[in-house]
Design a protein around this ligand. Structure first.
Ligand code: FAD
Length: 626
């Protein structure tokens, strides 16, 4: 019954936490309510998307599992925002959700050092502010000096479908009441409530797909994992289409005339919902002028026997759900297998956490995933991986791995959570990252694999491949920078032949590539030596060439920030005189009196913007004193 690390909950956070801990050499136990549901996708059968795809790539680069499972269980792969800049593109995959679970569970069971137990954790054993282990519903007591809680939406979960309320962590599953009580009473953690929701699932054979728009995957699909062989993947991957349907006036009338029965509006639900995944009743209420809303009909498995209706999340009563679904073209005869529902659950204020995801109050207790106020599989998996890594590093008496905001979306996610907290389900967006151009999906491996390698989560052979990729990109970018052209008549007529405007001054290939219209084909005509590289390396060289100046500017800004974080805050500095700081920030600074800007940055609730303002005022203060 003695372990190094115990992980509670086998959702996406728990899968990554337990695998990383075991792979880093710790005797690890994963305890979850239902072994079948390890790796279950509670809501949509898809992984990735805008900014979420970045997270999956980063998890993969650090040695996590989500990308690999998605490649195997994926049934459709698309790159979203393909026509936009490389920083905001996002990979998304439809998955066979049954297969995803089976692969996740089998990976757990086949990993050395890792045990799986189907039990419910009822309480935490804490002595003098230190975690000692957990007690379960079977009266088992397991001991460990590190415990990671990844309990998702299961703490005190209440499910709403119209007037009906049920207790449950997901529809048809138990809820966890005592663990929530233990976190509150034994650990003294601040907790509050949030809400999320899902749509009905339909028997696919009852849908008339012929009247809907088909949406296929990319012709040349890209795998999520850097470890998956692209060519093999493309040759073997069978893809399924999704379909697009629309709500209409009739649907909207049905919903509107039943607002009075919507738990969201009757006061039955108190928790705050995810702003960016609103329910259909929310959309009709907030956008009354819109005459239709998109619905994406997504297969849940490779056999496509049941479909998920993305865009129709609801907690309206069953008969209203039936009417509104039947009002949609192509779904007149739809048979509902499972009704949509909303769920309210407890979460812990993430400001209770350090950047390592260890709680400040209880040594050795880590929290990851939806319990920290996030929403989404990818956000959960990213935190789970980091909690597993940091619990392991702590057992080795090593410093935690804290990714910076300019290094990874994972760094942005954790920094946002632990410094700002959240009062609504937090999801990742590219707009949350200040240094988006540096944090591209495709650069995740060259940015982060060295950490995965140091931790023992990425093997030597894979790391050598990443290093080679990096060298090739750097060499290609250098070639673009060094290849100079004199825009004489001959060169200009060559430019014209590739539909480019003639030039007056001496130019480099990099400058030409920086023109928005310059693509790989044109680049190769100028610098044919680059043709020896694989297609995706060429694309990266093109990106590096196009955005070289911006990337350099962002890198300089980061260096500047690193330097000024070392600046001392003068003794007796009056934080009240700094205009632009919120009252809360001033109170915190006065309370902790940090000696340096770095120390100020480490205080929860102090944002990078506040540090920037403080920096300016310290400079003014020093100048005035002189
Ligand atoms: P979960 O995946 O919830 O897993 C928690 C695990 O912990 C479960 O296996 C559970 O059995 C186990 N567990 C809990 N308590 C105990 C205990 N005491 N003892 C043992 N095991 C325990 N995300 C989106 O991005 N968009 C959406 O629109 C969306 N809608 C959702 C709708 C619903 C109804 C639900 C339930 C979730 C929705 N999500 C959505 C959220 C998404 O499912 C989660 O963000 C993600 O699954 C969280 O992962 P997790 O690992 O933190 O927890």
């Amino acid at each position: 019954m003695n372990y190094d690390v115990i992980v509670v909950g086998g959702g996406h956070a728990g899968v990554e936490a337990s695998l990383s801990s075991a792979r880093m050499g710790n005797k690890t136990l994963l305890i979850s309510m239902l072994a079948e549901n390890v790796g279950a996708t509670s809501c949509n059968p898809a992984i990735g998307g805008l900014a979420k795809g970045h997270l999956v790539r980063e998890i993969d680069a650090l040695g996590g599992e989500m990308g690999l499972i998605t490649d195997e269980a994926g049934i459709q792969f698309r790159i979203l925002n393909q026509t936009k800049g490389p920083a905001v593109r996002g990979s998304r995959a439809q998955i066979d959700m049954d297969r995803y679970r089976v692969i996740a569970r089998n990976t757990i069971l086949n990993t050395p050092n890792l045990d799986l137990a189907q039990e419910m954790v009822e309480s935490l054993v804490v002595e003098d502010g230190v975690i000692k282990g957990v007690k379960t519903d079977l009266l088992n007591e397991y001991n460990a000096s590190k415990v990671i809680i990844t309990s998702g939406t299961f703490l005190n979960g209440i499910i709403h479908i119209g007037e009906v309320q049920q207790v449950g962590g997901r529809f048809g599953e138990q809820t966890s009441v005592n663990l929530s009580r233990s976190l509150k009473e034994d650990c003294n953690l601040e907790m509050a409530r949030l809400k999320t929701g899902t749509c009905a699932r339909i028997d696919s054979s009852s849908i008339d797909f012929s009247v809907m728009e088909e949406q296929g995957g990319d012709e040349l699909p890209n795998p999520f994992s850097f470890r998956t062989d692209r060519a093999e993947f493309r040759a073997s991957k069978k893809q399924l289409p999704c379909f697009i349907a629309y709500t209409n006036e009739k649907t909207h009338n049905i919903i509107e005339s039943n607002f009075y029965r919507a738990p969201l509006f009757t006061g039955q639900i108190a928790g705050k919902s995810p702003r960016y995944c609103p329910s259909i009743e929310d959309k009709i209420d907030k956008f009354p002028d819109k005459d239709r809303h998109h619905l994406f009909i997504e297969p849940q498995t490779a056999e496509n026997t049941e479909c998920y209706i993305n865009g129709l999340s609801t907690s309206l009563p069953p008969e209203v759900q039936r009417d509104m679904i039947h009002s949609v073209k192509g779904m007149e005869n739809a048979k509902i297998v499972r009704y949509g529902y909303a769920i309210e659950y407890d979460f812990v204020d993430p400001r209770e956490l350090k950047h390592s995801l260890e709680t400040k109050k209880i040594k050795g207790l880590y929290l990851a995933g939806q319990i920290n106020g996030t929403t989404g599989y990818e956000e959960a998996a990213a935190q789970g991986l980091m909690a597993g890594i940091n619990a392991s590093l702590s057992l080795q008496n090593k410093e935690p791995l804290i990714l910076r905001r300019d290094e990874a979306y994972i760094g942005v996610l954790i920094d946002d959570l632990v410094t700002k907290g959240t009062n609504e389900p937090y999801r990742m967006f590219t707009s949350r990252a200040e240094y988006r151009l540096l944090l591209r999906e495709e650069s995740a491996d060259t940015r982060l694999s060295h950490y995965g390698h140091q931790l023992g989560l990425i093997d030597d052979a894979l790391y050598a491949k990443v290093q080679l990729k990096d060298e090739q990109i750097q060499a290609g970018a250098k070639l673009l920078e060094e290849t100079k052209f004199t825009p004489n008549k001959e060169f200009n007529s060559f430019l014209e032949s590739i539909d480019e405007a003639p030039l007056k001054d001496i130019s480099t290939a990099q400058q030409l590539v920086a023109r928005k219209t310059f693509d790989i084909e044109k680049m190769l005509k100028l610098v044919p030596q680059l043709d020896e590289y694989e297609e995706y390396i060429k694309e990266e060289i093109l990106v590096e060439g196009k955005y070289a100046r911006y990337i350099e500017k962002q890198s300089l800004e980061i260096e500047r920030m690193k330097k000024y974080l070392k600046i001392n805050i003068p003794e007796g500095f009056d934080f009240n005189k700094v205009s632009g700081l919120s009252k809360e920030v001033v109170e915190k600074l006065e309370q902790f009196n940090p000696p340096t800007l770095q120390a100020a940055m480490n205080i929860s609730g102090i944002t990078p913007a506040a540090i920037e303002i403080l920096h300016i005022y310290i400079k003014i203060d020093k100048r005035d004193n002189k």
